[in-house]
Design a protein around this ligand. Structure first.
Ligand code: CP
Length: 501
């Protein structure tokens, strides 16, 4: 059997689409008109749904509403399918309650997609009626699912996949059967889309611009979950996540924990004071004990730069860096970039000033790595003791004067003055720091009218940032917190798909 074999040509595809449309017209529009909507399931259900709407409108004058549905967060095979982490747009522009809806997909195969789609749709409300339309019904379903409207029935052996190609996405209309290809881990090899391949999130430095953009796109879909009535998806059902915070945290810890709950993971929280690190156990031993309990993911904050990388190479769990010393805080940088992109449309070409204790800041380094990769100009500003010229080697511009640093910038990100380091004498007093580098009513005048004010928190009000500005119209500080949840849901979901157990 050839690797790829055409089993239906363009004419047969056209006739099959017509047959599905006729079936829908016959049920909903022939005798009396019943209001209904069509939900295209990504990927190929979407072009099929659009074609069905076009035919129905042409034949009857009635134009059903279109919704888009991505079911990746509802699948039950995370970690098995390597192409799983691809999330597309879900858009439901109507109230699902009491609505008659037709789910549309290209192929009814195992039935898993439709099981997931039913779960997803019913999280948006309680439809009055759900029907299923497919172009190809291949038989051999694993789940007890049948289609109400079928274009073509095929009997295809299990070892072959049915692939529908449409002019809109593939340049031609046809149905093929292809070999399922398996990689060494027994997973299905990617079908040509962008794939997330990392089991750990260690540092923004390790990510390509495409990987950063992919996380931000994925986070956009997870943000919508938190805006629904049902703010939870089953994506990490059955996975165990351990939050291990060896350094204090409010925002990051809360945000990760809520993200894990929203993804339906089981969660264990450990802090340094309640762990055996206090009794002299090594970090690696502690983590190996967590691994022995079959944890899938470990979210860790630790004061030692590089500690996550050391562990990630030695254990099979996925490791997510929630901050390591002054080195890296990747999810903070991702939520900062998400917020900037959401507000400004794009990051390329923007000017971003980061002001404060750069020397000790994992946020500054992480933001700079990410923003530079996405094409922004990055400026570091603060006293010369906290912003040495050596940072220029990263590709940022260094300023020791606030007015010059923030002139013409699109974003100013204020960093916390770290009181715990004050005894080292990096600047004479917090009062003097506030006078020369604090953003307040006076120094706000240096900013453009549309400059965003950001802060990773916690804020020292009246020192690096005045309360009137922290709570003012330019401030996106609380939106950063909201977006942090979406970004953390996205990275947990993506790395979980790559943890091999
Ligand atoms: N922004 C941030 O990392 O805050 P926490 O230290 O409270 O987690």
């Amino acid at each position: 059997m050839p690797a790829k074999k055409e089993v239906c040509n363009a004419d047969e595809v056209k006739a099959a689409v017509q047959k599905v449309a006729d079936g829908i017209i016959s049920e909903f529009l022939n005798n009396s008109t019943r209001d209904f909507a069509i939900i295209g399931i990504h990927q190929q259900g979407v072009p099929l749904a659009k074609r069905l709407i076009s035919i129905i409108k042409e034949k009857t004058g009635y134009s059903p509403e279109l919704a888009l549905l991505d079911i990746s967060m509802y699948r039950d095979d995370i970690g098995v399918r390597q192409d799983l982490p691809q999330i597309n747009e879900t858009r439901i522009p109507f109230d699902m309650n009491d609505k008659a809806v037709i789910l549309v997909d290209d192929v009814l195969s195992s039935g898993r997609t439709i099981r997931a789609a039913l779960d997803a749709v019913t999280d948006y409300g309680r439809p009055g009626l759900i029907r299923l339309a497919v172009l190809v019904n291949r038989g051999n379903h694993e789940f007890p699912v049948g289609a109400d409207y079928t274009g073509i029935s095929l009997q295809v052996p299990n070892e072959r996949k049915v692939a529908v190609e449409f002019v809109e996405s593939d340049g031609q209309d046809r149905v093929c059967t292809i070999d399922w290809k398996k990689d060494q881990a027994g997973r299905i090899i990617n079908m040509g889309k962008f794939n997330w391949t990392k089991k750990d999130l260690l540092s923004i430095y390790d990510l390509s611009a495409a990987e950063i953009s992919f996380i931000l796109d994925t986070a956009g879909e997870f943000k919508k979950v938190s805006q629904r009535n049902v703010k939870k998806v089953p994506a990490l059902r059955g996975k165990t996540v351990v939050n291990f915070f060896v350094e204090p945290s409010t925002r990051t810890r809360m945000s990760f924990e809520l993200a894990e709950q929203r993804l339906s993971a089981d969660i264990i929280n450990i802090s340094a004071s309640s762990s055996s690190l206090k009794k002299g156990e090594t970090l690696l031993d502690t983590i190996r004990n967590i691994e022995a309990l079959q944890a899938d993911l470990i979210v860790m904050r630790h004061s030692a730069a590089g500690s996550h990388k050391m562990l990630a190479d030695k254990i099979s769990c996925g490791i997510l860096n929630a901050g390591d010393g002054a080195h890296s805080h990747p999810t903070q940088a991702l939520l900062d970039m998400f917020t900037i992109r959401e507000k400004k449309g794009s990051i390329k070409g923007l000017k971003v000033a980061i002001v404060g204790d750069i020397l000790h800041s994992r946020v500054a380094r992480s933001d700079a790595w990410g923003l530079l990769k996405l094409g922004a100009e990055v400026r570091f500003a603060g006293p010369s003791t906290l912003v040495p010229r050596e940072f220029e080697a990263m590709g940022v511009k260094v300023y020791h004067n606030l007015k010059e640093a923030v002139e013409g910038v699109d974003v100013v990100n204020l960093l916390r003055i770290q009181h715990e380091r004050q005894q080292a004498g990096f600047f004479p007093s917090t009062g003097e720091y506030a006078k020369f580098f604090g953003l307040n009513r006076e120094t706000e005048k240096y900013l453009k009218p549309d400059t965003l004010i950001m802060h990773p928190g916690p804020i020292n009000r009246g020192i690096e940032l005045d309360s009137s500005l922290a709570d003012g119209p330019r401030s996106v500080i609380l939106e950063q917190v909201t977006n942090g949840l979406a970004v953390r849901m996205a990275v947990l979901f993506l790395v979980a798909g790559c943890v091999k157990k």
